[in-house]
Design a protein around this ligand. Structure first.
Ligand code: DER
Length: 255
């Protein structure tokens, strides 16, 4: 389908552009687009990949690395900036290359690998392009420890958010459980966020402009500050290194 070939084009192009001959440590994200990143790596001459250790962002990512016969590393060994590059997908990317991630419930290790990487390379198809976060993908995945479920939901409501616990789907009764044994809340802000239930106002020319919510960046800070929240899917300046993004387009091109 158009989407799959767009994903593959973005992934192949990204690897050819950003896997330098000197690379020795590479992060591998999660999801369906990153499958093509590993396919491209597997097609490279063994000379190119035999000296590279690949670090997974979850169970699926680990399976991809091992399945491709690539050398597997342990994320627990990583320090800031230690990875030459990391390739990962996203659910939505805005014009400042900020992302919403977490559609695959792997956001915790994805963000850890992203912040340990010198360059964060996003690979995506054209559907992920967006001019402002939460317009195309109107929810923020948030990983929480299970015991905090009621508490975190109440705090998110107080922010003006609507938290929905992600279910495991038809193959599993009950919630989606992450690789870390936690739950995912998909949080929407239908009317913009507020602070402790009081909608933020901004006066301009002396008038109150009602209904202006928090910026997405402020939402990220407030979500992270709630006790019981492990991490959220807003990949923002504070959380990421230089970002490059490749989008496979419907016409087969890559931007
Ligand atoms: O969870 C994530 O952030 C993954 O990267 C995933 O959402 C990317 O989506 P994809 O399957 O369309 O590549």
């Amino acid at each position: 389908t158009g989407v799959e070939s767009a994903k593959r084009a973005a992934a192949f192009h990204a690897v050819s552009q950003h896997l330098s001959p000197e690379a020795t440590k590479v992060g591998i994200g999660s999801g369906s687009t990153v499958v093509y990143v590993v396919e491209k790596l597997q097609r490279l001459p063994k000379e190119r990949t035999k000296n590279i250790t690949f670090y997974p962002t979850g169970f699926q990512s680990r399976e991809l690395i091992v399945g491709a016969g690539l050398k597997l590393g342990d994320v627990a060994d990583l320090r800031d900036g230690e990875l030459d590059v990391c390739f990962d997908g996203a659910d939505e990317v805005d014009d400042r290359l900020n992302c919403i991630k977490g559609g695959g419930a792997c956001l915790m290790l994805e963000k850890l690998v992203a912040v340990c990487s010198g360059v964060f390379v996003v690979v995506a198809d054209y559907r992920k392009l967006s001019n402002s976060l939460l317009s195309q993908y109107p929810r923020i995945p948030v990983e929480i420890i299970p015991q905090s479920l009621s508490y975190v939901k109440s705090k998110i409501h107080a922010l003006g958010g609507v938290p929905n616990m992600r279910l495991g789907g038809t193959a599993k009764a009950g919630p989606c459980v992450t690789d870390n044994g936690n739950l995912i809340l998909d949080v929407d802000f239908p009317h913009g966020a507020t602070v402790d239930g009081v909608r933020l106002k901004r006066t301009a020319d002396g008038k109150d402009i009602k209904g202006l919510g928090l910026s997405t960046e402020e939402v990220a800070l407030r979500l992270k500050a709630i006790v019981g929240v492990l991490e959220h899917g807003i990949f923002w300046e504070g959380d990421k290194k230089p970002v490059v993004a490749y989008f496979g387009m419907e016409d087969g091109g890559v931007t």
